[in-house]
Write a new protein. Structure first.
Lengths: 332, 276
């Protein structure tokens, strides 16, 4: 028995010894499935090109929580987040990433993007077609908490942007619109996955607002029969940025592998794996190949809000617009 | 008595020294780091962080729900320990072990399980739904989760005391003409009171700090069902470490004051019983 145990232990200890480089990728919740496919592909590519073995480790959690772990000293070689503000926070608070990270890779360092879609029950019994249907009385909307979730923040901004783009749209009208949407929210889960559980498993609500790629995860998890995806007339372009953690790779001497790891996300193979996981690819050829699964939606960027950092300050920080909206809803 | 120079029991200095050192490293050090960190805020900013209406609403939810949960467990805990000590029946050991389960279970698992059962489409929740009662995703859900989590405390503190309580005492009271109610109020309850209070205090303290289970069942609606630990988390999400610490300090001070009060009460009731 003890010999068996020793053998098992030895096997565990031996694994890293084979690998010449070990990279830790600190990522957010719903990227689990993508990197499960991407990591082996990259390891194979790296081995073939540099004759070097690379072992990849993953850590997943809420995007901001993961960023905080890195700030507090988790030795990530690369971070792959759902909001640029999370990486900016590492630059500012932890100083582990050098400023200008978004310029070091193409597309503002976001190899793919997603957008907010509406997920409704089978047959769409409430007839939900666009954002304005979310404000109707009697429609329950499931959204994760914008205070704690990047997913929730994108939903909030998407609804705001939609209202602003209507004829005669003003900030005041947009604010009223978002208030009306959040009035219909019965539960605020802390993160995107929690909201999915509330909608699919607890069967609460008429519509779930979440990332397009999360819709695919729901289909894989719960089957395709239980829900329908509704693409709104306009949505927000959610760039999913990545960065090398400079301090860590310089200390560990893993810079080359880490940079290759991120660069390869833009390769045709990386882009294809992204598309298979319903992340919208940047590569035009791959995008064309998978065009059928990505309906054309008019998109606006967070630049309409002066960037995510400004949006965070104006809307989501304590005392911001979202807090005022929450207070006004609670008083009624 | 404790500070008598030549105690019959040797090793007082060493034992006390070790106790103080241990408590300092394990408890006081992280807590003082917390308080120290909060001094990075000006008094004004500190007050602002801890007195936001949304945070104040969360204090009410957290302390209110914890108080209700601890009170429920005070009564049911007494009942359970009474049954476990005084009666013997098949499956008693099994039930005894069951009591500790809320300790062993990861709190998130408890929260998810409770939310599943009490959700409007859950096996129990569906019966409340037509009555217009929302159990999960409302403050009732918070009380429920906290009651579950803190169940073992009262049972486990009262049980040994009840075991030591000799039935002869009750027999004597009975032979002196006391009614059953009198025996309960005048003989049993006063003896159990210190243990009950300890159990209550532990349950209450545990409930105040609980996050994992509550978060899944609370629904987390601003001003209605947000608990204070969630406010701390949401401050951290904004990288507002100082604001988070400020709220933590408030929780710390209030909890400590309440525990001190309950300990004082316990000491007073023990003294009244004529022992120290």
């Amino acid at each position: 028995m003890s010999r068996l145990l020793a053998a098992v232990l030895a096997a565990f200890i031996a694994v890293p010894a084979f690998a010449d480089v070990t990279l830790l990728n600190v990522s957010y919740d719903v990227m689990r499935d993508f990197y499960k496919d991407y990591n082996p592909a990259f390891a194979k590519y790296y081995d073939a090109k540099f004759k070097d073995k690379v072992t990849l480790q993953q850590s997943h959690g809420g995007s901001s929580k993961q960023a905080r772990s890195v700030i507090d000293g988790l030795e990530a070689d690369v971070v792959t987040m759902n909001q640029s503000t999370d990486i900016d926070a590492i630059v500012e608070k932890g100083k582990q990433i050098n400023a200008g990270w978004e310029k070091r890779l193409p597309n503002e360092a976001a190899p793919f993007s997603s957008l907010q879609v509406l997920i409704v029950r089978k047959g769409n019994p409430k007839g939900i077609k666009d954002w304005n249907d979310l404000t109707k009385p009697g429609v329950q909307v499931i959204v994760p908490n914008p205070k704690t979730s990047g997913n929730g923040r994108y939903t909030y901004l998407a609804a705001w942007g939609y209202a602003l783009k209507q004829a005669g749209g003003t900030d005041a009208k947009a604010r009223q619109f978002v208030t009306d949407v959040f009035k219909n929210v019965p539960v605020l889960d802390a993160g995107g996955r929690g909201a999915t559980t509330t909608f699919m498993q607890r069967q609460i609500g008429d519509v779930l607002v979440t990332f397009e790629n999360e819709a695919e995860m729901i289909a894989r998890e719960f089957g395709r029969g239980g829900f329908e995806v509704v693409y709104p007339s306009v949505s927000i372009d959610a760039d999913l940025p990545v960065a090398v953690v400079d301090k860590v790779v310089d200390k560990k001497g893993t810079r080359k592998a880490a940079e290759e790891y991120l660069k390869y996300l833009w390769s045709p193979e990386g882009q294809e794996i992204a598309a298979q996981n319903y992340l919208r690819p940047r590569d035009p050829a791959v995008a064309a190949k998978y065009a059928k699964q990505f309906p054309n939606v008019k998109l606006f960027g967070v630049s309409d809000f002066g960037g995510l950092q400004k949006a965070q300050k104006v809307h989501f920080d304590d005392g911001g617009v979202y807090d005022q909206i929450a207070a006004s809803i609670a008083k009624k | 008595m404790a500070f008598k120079k030549h105690s019959v029991l040797p090793g007082f200095n060493l034992a006390l020294g070790y106790t103080l050192l241990y408590l300092s490293i394990i408890v006081l050090l992280p807590l003082s780091a917390l308080v120290l960190k909060s001094t990075g805020l000006t008094a004004e900013a500190f007050w602002h962080a801890v007195s936001e209406p949304r945070v104040v609403a969360s204090y009410k939810v957290t302390f209110g729900a914890s108080l209700i949960a601890a009170t429920i467990n005070l009564i049911t805990g007494l009942l359970i320990s009474w049954v476990l000590v005084r009666y013997s029946f098949p499956g008693k050991r099994f039930i005894d072990a069951l009591v500790d389960l809320p300790f062993a279970l990861p709190t998130a698992v408890a929260g998810i399980a409770l939310a599943t059962i009490y959700a409007p489409n859950g096996s129990i929740g569906q019966w409340f739904e037509p009555l217009g009662i929302k159990v999960a995703f409302s403050p009732i859900g918070i009380v429920l989760a906290l009651t579950f989590i803190t169940l073992p405390f009262v049972v486990r503190t009262v049980q040994p005391v009840l075991q030591d309580l000799e039935p002869e005492l009750e027999e004597a009271a009975s032979s002196l003409g006391a009614t059953r109610l009198q025996i309960f109020w005048k003989v049993i309850l006063p003896t159990l009171l210190p243990a009950l209070l300890t159990g209550f205090a532990l349950a209450f303290a545990r409930a105040i700090g609980e996050y994992g289970s509550v978060i899944f069942i609370a629904g987390n609606m601003p001003y209605v069902s947000e608990i204070t630990p969630l406010m701390i988390i949401s401050k951290l999400e904004q990288y507002d470490y100082l604001g988070a610490t400020a709220i933590a300090v408030v929780m710390l001070v209030v909890s400590f004051t309440l525990l001190l009060l309950i300990n004082g009460l316990q000491w007073w009731s023990a003294k009244r019983m004529g022992r120290r």
